[in-house]
Design a binder for this molecule. Structure first.
Ligand code: NAI
Ligand code: MG
Length: 499
């Protein structure tokens, strides 16, 4: 393996990369892709190829769907607690392999290893265990109807074969958000990781086999949106497609669902989340919160608090504090001794984000920190310095569009009505934050802001028990909590004549 950072990797990490997983996981077997093609996944810190991975085409999708269809009746009919037990076993295996998985995640995605190890991996098993616990708690109800002598009850039944198409920012966590409730509810699954970060999903497949999942229950297909993702979205025998990614691809998936078989769709899409600092807040805490709201994961988070609204009286103070903090953030590769911000995911993403910065400057937004790429030892990677803009024109592209990079846009506001109108003036509605000591104001904002999640005096917490999803063009369907089970089941009503 060439071009790996100087770091004492787990032997299993190196072995996994050396074996270069060029196969697809279908029916509990590693099979060569019918496409005959592979593609490279790269380390975004130095652009070096990490591994060649199989590229699944439409015929491979057909094979995976056939396996998942064949597995479905027995899996759906299994005693629910036994399905749960397998998911708990998988969580145990993930824990045992957490170091390897964290290293693969950092290599493939670029995020700091400390974050992969202390953030992503513990979350993965926390979420998986929560959903595993639902397996034997999915209940129907009895219904008091207006007819005499009729006993009516409902069952919550699985849908069949579920497809999951996920992004690259939290590769394993996104996989588990969908795998957990889908399998707990009795569906079988075809998982397509993002083409930028396929490694941990492939590793997960092997762990699932070891855990003892029956063949066909979990299948992993690697490949890009075209042809792999599109073939899934268009497939007539995939009953539901769970998607996280861009709003434009989400729209295409809905269209494909409508044209194929009206498959159920749940979409967790982009955001342009407003985060608000009122003058009466704990200002240092609010500044720190606002800083991490936008710069964690190098800004590549759907919930990133990219629009920061600051009450005019404390605007200069907040800008000064924020730019001072941001100047101290260490940008480096994920295995560096000290690192806050890793690289962006790809050359394309770097170009996109740099494009927004250039355009913002030309359009008159003032740049207060960052804005440049990194040189020296990091010039081959996709690094960008944390960037802070101040602006007043809400129609700027960098204020309206999801950038998905380390770019904060800060503006001043004067009163609550103005704030709410401006906070809601994008197509998105995923998340929002507010910092204030006035509980009335906090709740007024929380109720008026169009967002699926609102954090008061905090930002970014996600929990397996707390429903999560979008308003407006940030998508629909709620992951996490009991709501996640609703996404992967359908209700059947049974009438019994008792006379
Ligand atoms: P994307 O939406 O193209 O990719 C996400 C997933 O969709 C990947 O697995 C990809 O292979 C798949 N995909 C792409 N085209 C498809 C198609 N036609 N049919 C079915 N599946 C398809 O996102 P991309 O290009 O990686 O990033 C572009 C922008 O999308 C980002 O800058 C960001 O604004 C947004 N995004 C939002 C995410 C979120 O968490 N909400 C995650 C990733 C990207
Ligand atoms: Mg990669």
């Amino acid at each position: 393996m060439t071009n790996l950072p100087d770091y004492s990797f787990q032997p299993a990490t190196l072995k996994f990369l050396e074996d270069s997983p060029k196969k697809l996981f279908i029916n509990n077997e590693w099979v060569a892709p019918q496409s005959g093609e592979t593609f490279a996944t790269r380390n975004p810190a130095n652009a070096a190829v990490l591994a060649e991975v199989a590229l699944a085409n439409a015929a491979d999708v057909d094979a995976a769907v056939a396996a998942a269809q064949a597995a479905f009746p027995a899996w759906a009919g299994m005693i629910a607690g036994e399905r749960g037990a397998l998911l708990f076993k998988l969580a145990d295996l993930i824990d045992q392999h957490a170091d390897v998985l964290a290293e693969l995640e950092t290599l493939d995605n670029g995020k700091p290893i400390r974050v992969a190890r202390r953030g992503d991996l513990p979350y993965v098993t926390k979420h998986l265990r929560y959903q595993a616990g639902w397996a034997d708690k999915i209940e129907g109800s009895t219904v008091p109807v207006t007819f005499p002598n009729q006993f009516v009850y409902t069952r919550r039944e699985p849908l069949g074969v579920v497809g999951a198409i996920i992004p690259w920012n939290f590769p394993l966590l996104m996989a588990i958000w969908k795998l957990g409730p889908a399998l707990a509810a009795g569906n079988t699954l075809i998982l397509k990781p993002a083409e930028q970060t396929p490694l941990t999903a492939l590793y997960l497949a092997e762990l699932a086999r070891e855990a003892g999942f029956p063949p066909g229950v979990l299948n992993v297909l690697t490949g890009p949106g075209l042809p792999t993702g599109a073939a899934m979205a268009e497939h007539a025998h995939i009953a539901k497609l769970a998607f996280t990614g861009s709003t434009s691809v989400g729209a295409r998936i809905m269209e494909a669902a409508a044209k194929s078989n009206l498959k159920r769709v749940s979409l967790e899409l982009g955001g342009k989340s407003p985060n608000v600092i009122f003058a009466d807040s704990d200002i240092p805490a609010a500044i720190r919160g606002a800083q991490w709201a936008v710069f964690s994961t190098a800004g590549q988070e759907c919930v990133a608090g990219t629009r920061l609204f600051v009450e005019r009286g404390v605007y200069d103070q907040v800008l000064e504090g924020l730019t001072a903090n941001v100047g101290k953030m260490v940008v480096d590769h994920g295995f560096a001794e000290k690192v806050h911000v890793g690289p962006l995911i790809s050359a394309e993403q770097l170009e996109r984000v740099a494009g927004y910065i250039d355009e913002g400057k030309k359009a008159g937004a003032e740049i207060l920190a960052g804005g440049e790429r990194l040189g020296d030892g990091l010039k081959d990677g996709y690094f960008l310095k944390p960037t802070v803009f101040s602006y007043s024109d809400d129609s700027l592209r960098l204020v309206q569009e999801e950038i998905f990079g380390p770019v904060a846009a800060v503006t001043a506001f004067d009163d609550e009505d103005e704030l709410i109108a401006r906070a809601n003036a994008t197509q998105y509605g995923l998340a929002a934050g507010v910092w204030t000591r006035d509980i009335g104001k906090a709740h007024r904002y929380a109720h008026a802001v169009q967002a699926g999640t609102v954090w008061i005096n905090g930002y970014g917490m996600i929990d397996p028990a707390a429903p999560f999803g979008g308003y407006k063009m940030s998508g629909f369907g709620r992951e996490m909590g009991k709501e996640a089970i609703d996404l992967y089941t359908q209700v059947k009503t049974v009438w019994v004549n008792t006379q």
